[in-house]
Design a binder for this molecule. Structure first.
Ligand SMILES: Cc1ncc(COP(=O)(O)O)c(C=O)c1O
Length: 461
């Protein structure tokens, strides 16, 4: 055995004796490689440096430390780099530095949010942080929540709870009402819940991309006539393509009158509830039964860090509790595996908690305000003679050349995306209502006004 392999064998697992110097050296080395990779973005832009990633599989013998560090380097060189200021395509901002530490600590702890005995401090942390969010939203003491790996799963947790608590079980006549601009995760949710696409009813949107309340009322009436049973209505707080917000106050009144569960998909906009930034509808979200908040999408908490906040914690317990016969429980503490669809779960809440503690409410507001400011600057300066611009109160803008035929939008957006990336600007091209758009997401804290001016010059040519 070589010296290197002997060293490696010593550090298969952290030692419970001594100072774990080998592990410290490895972590230092990995940190250096990661930080070097961040700064390589200056030269290489948001796209991978290389396109030669070989997925090497385990060999019969163990690989050396040098082999493994070369694997890591290869992986990084072939990865998308979100810290570059031209990385403006998606809801994937640069990672917040204390969230990176949170991920490291979560991995080292290797605690399991399935049950209190496997994660005593983290169970309390997740419970408390969800309650803190719930209070900020304006819910009362019976509220709470659960983390999940992404907005899709938080939405799914909510819809399963909505259907269960409405007593509809697997009734094939149960339907869900969402905006025609709602996220595609609702299609997945209905499929997972054993429903057809016909059980997902789309409500028309107005010129701002918000639910048309009149159309919602008519649809509800039609459902009643057709003996369809509505188990939830979803209002989106920040749509994916243009950041539009549904009229949450009006929708909540409709839901209250008819005793229908209101779920707010605040995957993008929900985090604004922690700030004083005036966003229409935000102060009515406390009328909802459940809200998805996904801070990974704007403020840079590392993926994934999604929360489902509910007004009544017992609705989650009623839905998901099965008993965990192989685990102990403690009086007054709910095992977190009993209130959501996931069983074993990593301590993702640590990176959310550390990230939020690091920023403080002022820092969160600063990041969100800066995103809106960049969006406003972009909209103010983009040529209105040349482009039709679609946006809302949040930090997302989609646009297209004026008068372009829908069939030409595919080629135009492809060409433009390719031209822009040659100048290190990465934009996305969502397909939306039969057309492709060019979309810019202004959630990158490294992007400043001179970068935006450069982007606008490129769009002007
Ligand atoms: C409005 C909205 N809801 C839900 C989701 C799904 O979130 P995730 O990709 O974290 O599952 C997204 C994703 O962009 C979204 O924009």
């Amino acid at each position: 055995m070589t010296e290197d392999l002997i060293n490696k064998k010593d550090i298969y697992f952290p030692s419970y004796i001594g100072t774990n110097d080998n592990l410290i050296n490895l972590l230092n080395r990995a940190t250096r490689i990661l930080c070097d990779w961040f700064s390589k973005a200056e030269k290489y832009g948001p796209l991978p440096i290389d396109e030669n990633f070989k997925c090497l599989m385990p060999d019969e013998d163990c690989n050396s430390t040098e082999d493994l560090f070369s694997d890591i380097q290869l992986l990084l060189n072939n990865s998308f780099n979100p810290v570059h200021p031209g990385s403006l395509a998606h809801l994937d901002p640069p990672p917040l530095i204390f969230s990176i530490l949170g991920d490291l600590i979560a991995a080292g702890l290797n605690n399991n949010l399935l049950a209190y005995e496997l994660s005593p401090s983290i169970t309390l942390l997740e419970e408390s942080l969800c309650k803190w969010f719930a209070k900020k939203i304006g819910f009362n003491d019976s509220s709470g929540g659960i983390a999940a790996s992404g907005g899709t799963l938080s939405n799914l947790n909510a819809l399963i709870a909505a259907r269960h608590n409405s007593g509809l079980g697997s009734d094939p006549n149960s339907v869900l009402l969402v905006s025609e601009d709602a996220h595609s995760s609702f299609i997945k949710c209905t499929r997972i819940m054993g429903l057809d696409e016909a059980n997902l009813i789309r409500i028309k949107t107005d010129n701002n991309g918000s639910i048309d309340v009149q159309n919602l009322i008519e649809t509800i009436d039609k459902c009643l006539i057709n003996k369809k049973k509505i188990f939830a209505i979803v209002a989106t707080l920040g749509t994916t393509v243009r950041g539009a917000i549904d009229p949450i106050k009006e929708i909540s009144e409709i839901c209250k009158e008819r005793n229908i569960w209101l779920h707010v998909d605040g995957s993008i906009g929900g985090i604004f509830a922690l700030t004083s930034i005036p966003i229409k509808g935000l102060n009515s979200i406390n009328q909802a039964n459940s809200i998805t908040i996904n801070p990974q999408k704007i403020i840079g908490i590392t993926k994934t860090s999604s929360l489902l906040i509910v007004s009544e914690m017992r609705t989650l317990e009623n839905t998901f509790s099965t008993g965990l016969p192989y685990l102990s429980s403690k009086e007054d503490i709910i095992n977190r595996g009993e209130i959501g669809i996931q069983g074993s779960r990593p301590a993702e809440v640590i990176k959310l908690w550390l990230g939020l503690r690091f920023l403080g409410l002022k820092g969160i507001e600063d990041i969100l305000k800066s995103s809106i400011k960049r969006k406003d600057f972009f909209i103010k300066n983009i040529s209105k003679n040349k482009y039709d611009v679609f946006s809302g109160p949040l930090h997302i803008v989609s646009f297209l050349p004026k008068g372009i035929a829908p069939k030409d939008t595919d080629l135009w957006t492809k060409t433009k995306v390719n031209e822009l990336i040659k100048n290190n600007f990465m934009l996305s091209r969502p397909k939306f209502k039969g057309k492709y758009f060019l979309r810019v997401v202004m959630g990158n804290y490294n992007t400043n006004e001179s970068h935006i001016e450069q982007l606008l010059r490129l769009l002007d040519t």
